[in-house]
Design a protein around this ligand. Structure first.
Ligand SMILES: [Zn+2]
Ligand SMILES: [Zn+2]
Length: 400
């Protein structure tokens, strides 16, 4: 078998450049027709249509509503690499006026998932062309509902990590926090673990002029909001990252009435699994302890969204070497971390895996709005880079 290691990697950069009109057309088509999580039916039809053109792919559709998997068999005695691309858009009204702007009112691809799917389909084509030379097999996963809706978990429950199980897992994200030419591929932790909390503090309502006859949940909630910050600032090592943010607080409806209940919602972010468990435990102790000391009753719901994204250093090192061979001028960041989170962590947890960020901003062209902004857009040359890196990394990781 003609192994990849004997061939110049830049060959696949040329292929990614050649296929760019296809990649760009798909990206713009997805961008024009964004769909929210678990509702990506048109999106799934386009992906299925394109994958069906590649006759050696074994397709499964309708996984977790709209998800798709496509299996490309190479050397059956070799490893299996899973490549995952997310599909969903966001409930945002687009403010860009490009000809490819969203045609769905109030829905927008403002995170770059349109680009990820276009990269995934382009990589599928290129890897399909190379199937005679694949030292293992490739499992392409198109995942619905990444934006906090639990798409990865649903796909896992529906069996995408078995038959066959992957040996290596790769995923990427276009990254507008950084310019085109930058790549973030860290050894170890890279994106935070994330949880949503919902807290109810229940006291006893009464007249604002007679607080002694009431049990004031607003005072208790105020102290809870202040004191929960002491977990990160006083209990974690100053070198250990953690965030607790309250994003909503509701209680009361009149200036002279003590309400009976206050509700809080927010997010908790950490990297280290032990820190994660510690923060969650202390969070519950502080909330219930302060509520109780005020005579209030509390109810705490914590939804664990995803663990931290943590790269396998060996796989990350190999992906970095692919990037530096393809793009000798690339700015490679080996220590980048962000407190944002990704449900891809659930697919990566048990396997040798790597998540990579592909810088996509271009300030000079006005393409540097942040992710989830109504003017989000990126330099489409990042699509070429993403396609070249994911294709070449898959080929070379299979070739061992
Ligand atoms: Zn997003
Ligand atoms: Zn995203």
């Amino acid at each position: 078998m003609n192994k990849i290691s004997n061939r110049p990697m830049t060959e696949f950069l040329t292929s990614a450049r050649d296929i760019f009109p296809y990649t760009q057309e798909l990206r713009r088509d997805f961008h024009r027709h964004p769909e929210l999580g678990f509702q990506e039916s048109r999106t799934a039809q386009v992906i299925t249509r394109e994958l069906k053109k590649l006759d050696h792919l074994e397709l499964k559709t309708g996984i977790a509503e709209t998800g798709i998997s496509a299996f490309l068999e190479g050397d059956p005695s070799g490893p299996v690499i899973l490549l995952r691309f997310d599909m969903d858009a966001l409930p945002i009204q687009e403010e860009n006026e490009e000809e490819y702007a969203s045609e769905n009112k109030g829905v927008m691809h403002a995170c770059g998932h349109d680009g990820h799917m276009a990269i995934g389909l382009s990589a599928a084509r290129l890897l399909h062309d190379q199937r005679e030379h694949l030292s293992g097999s490739v499992k392409f996963i198109f995942q619905p509902a990444e934006e906090g809706l639990g798409g990865a978990q649903r796909m896992i429950q529906e069996g995408i990590l078995v038959d066959p199980a992957p040996d290596i897992v790769l995923a990427l994200h276009l990254w507008n926090e950084k310019p085109l030419g930058w790549f973030g591929i860290s050894d170890g932790p890279m994106m935070a673990a994330s949880e949503i909390f919902q807290v109810r503090i229940v006291g006893k309502g009464g007249h604002g002029a007679n607080p002694h006859e009431a049990i004031d949940p607003i005072l208790a909630a105020s102290q809870i909001v202040t004191n929960m910050q002491s977990i990160v600032s006083r209990e974690l090592s100053p070198l250990e990252p953690g965030v607790i943010s309250v994003g909503s607080i509701h209680g009361g409806s009149a200036h002279n009435v003590i309400p009976s209940e206050v509700q809080l919602e927010g997010t908790i972010r950490t990297f280290n699994p032990q820190t994660r468990e510690y923060v969650l435990e202390r969070f519950e102790e502080i909330v219930s302890g302060i509520a109780e000391s005020h005579g209030c009753w509390s109810e705490i719901k914590i939804e664990k969204l995803s663990p931290a994204i943590s790269n396998d250093p060996e796989i990350a090192g190999k992906v970095r070497s692919v990037v530096s061979r393809l793009f000798p001028d690339a700015r490679l960041d080996q220590t980048y971390r962000t407190m944002t989170s990704e449900d891809m962590a659930l697919m990566m947890e048990e396997y040798k895996s790597c998540y990579l960020l592909v810088g996509s901003a271009n300030k000079a062209l006005g393409l540097d709005a942040k992710h989830h902004h109504p003017r989000f857009d990126f330099d489409e040359r990042a699509l070429i880079q993403g396609t070249a890196v994911i294709t070449t990394a898959a080929l070379s990781l299979l070739d061992r």
